[in-house]
Design a protein around this ligand. Structure first.
Ligand code: NZQ
Ligand code: ZN
Length: 388
């Protein structure tokens, strides 16, 4: 049965070729001072930076820059961003980049005036924002995280070996996001396919949980089928607009909070992946790909009906003469075959993990309670060992 819920997603999207021009109307809603946040330089090489700066100038904005946001943004960078936002007296934070840049912009938005250590407040104690929140807008250049239309913000604390996400409320969602599929054409293949698995993982975190008949499950099956289909095309031809645009839209759907409404969700693969990320700084989607198959095999007996459904409705696994266990296992095998086909990292050792690191990674793994099994420390170690 669907649980009760209240739903609102306040992010306005501008989607498609040339969508950036639509941002003009949004910019007019905010004051003069814009903190322009971006990563390590891809937006300069692709020319997106020049387009954005030209529009900001044309709209009479004062531009303050905050460059160098790294993949998996850190607490140190967050502190620097807060200072820059305050010094600029920013009326708008404009994030131009991937999930890391968007997540970071949201973290700066709530932290610049929070008056205390944001890591402790938001990422350890999970408190809600209490001070002024600076509005955020996004121009997305990398597809996967869904950060363009959600309140998620993931920050890494290397000293504490923790990578933690806070899912903020509506007031922190981007006010608007520009989604131009062509802006993702310059992504290296490694990042592109990591994003593809991030999308698959977001869907599975919300699909592989619960026992009820739920509209969201049917929607998610469609999203997964579309992703698998388009990803195969995109890997062969990264410039295929149809495939890349479908994937961009699937990614937004996968984590814009809609499919989670009224439904149990898991997120344990993300907890394992983020712990791996905290110890290795590896690419987010790859950390998920490396741990997911072993995790799913561990929990499969506890959610067999849904794994069977995944196999049949997403991977077209034939059922005749097979037990439910065999069908479910064939579904995971089909997913693994697709993962290898598109070029994902399938083993933790390929992300720099060594056996002696597993205990530390296990300690950094948060345990969630919404999935088919609440993991023990032994379970976590088993998944990590099998994923090595
Ligand atoms: O820094 P630059 O030079 O821009 O390069 C980036 C970066 O090296 C590059 N890139 C991005 N767009 C490009 C491009 N290179 C060429 N052409 C382009 N168009 O790609 C690299 C990765 O970028 P990043 O933003 O780190 O990737 P992603 O979008 O996967 O974001 C990962 C972060 O998002 C968090 C992850 O934990 C991780 O910290 N997540 C956020 C979520 C949310 N807000 O809901 C949920 C996710 O599960 C995820 O945890
Ligand atoms: Zn993710």
């Amino acid at each position: 049965m669907l649980g009760n819920f209240t739903y609102c997603n306040p992010t306005k999207l501008f989607f498609g070729k040339g969508a950036l021009k639509e941002m003009r109307g949004e910019l007019a809603k905010y004051g003069k001072n814009v903190l322009l946040v971006y990563g390590k330089g891809s937006v300069k090489r692709s020319g997106i930076y020049d387009e954005v700066v030209a529009m900001l100038k044309e709209c009479g904005k004062e531009i303050y820059e905050d460059a160098g946001v790294m993949p998996n943004p850190t607490t140190e960078k967050l502190a620097e961003g807060c200072e820059r936002a305050r010094a600029a007296n920013a009326d708008l934070i404009l994030a131009v980049g991937g999930g890391s840049v968007c997540d970071y912009a949201k973290a700066v938005s709530v932290s610049a005036y929070c008056g205390e250590d944001p890591w402790e407040k938001f990422f350890i104690r999970f408190e809600e924002p209490s001070g002024k929140i600076i509005p955020v807008g996004c121009v997305l250049t990398m597809v996967g995280t869904g950060s363009e239309m959600n309140g998620g913000s993931v920050i890494t604390n290397h000293a504490q070996k923790l990578k933690i996400g806070h899912v903020f409320g509506e007031e922190v969602f981007p006010k608007f996001s520009v989604l131009d599929p062509e802006y993702t054409f310059t992504l290296p293949a490694y990042q592109m396919v990591a994003g593809f698995y991030d999308i698959m993982s977001h869907i599975l975190e919300q699909y592989l949980s619960g026992t009820d008949d739920n509209t969201s499950d049917y929607i998610m099956e469609g999203l997964m089928r579309s992703l698998v289909h388009s990803s195969r095309i995109a890997v062969k031809n990264p410039l295929d607009y149809e495939a890349r645009s479908n994937i961009m839209w699937t990614a937004t759907w996968a984590l814009n909070t809609l499919v989670a409404m009224g439904k149990d969700t898991d997120w344990e693969v993300h907890m394992l992946g983020q712990a791996v990320g905290a110890h290795t700084d590896a690419t987010h989607g790859m950390t998920l790909a490396a741990v997911a198959p072993a995790y799913y095999r561990l929990i499969m007996p506890y959610g067999l009906h849904q794994f069977r459904r995944f196999a049949v409705n997403v991977w077209d696994v034939p059922t005749k003469g097979k037990t439910d266990e065999e069908i479910a296992e064939a579904g995971i095998c089909a997913m693994e075959k697709w993962m290898k086909e598109i070029g994902l990292v399938m083993r933790l050792r390929d992300l720099g993990v060594t056996e002696d690191m597993l205990g530390g990674i296990a300690k950094s793994t948060l345990v969630m309670t919404g999935g088919y099994k609440v993991l023990t420390q032994e379970d976590i170690m088993q998944v990590l060992r099998e994923s090595l």
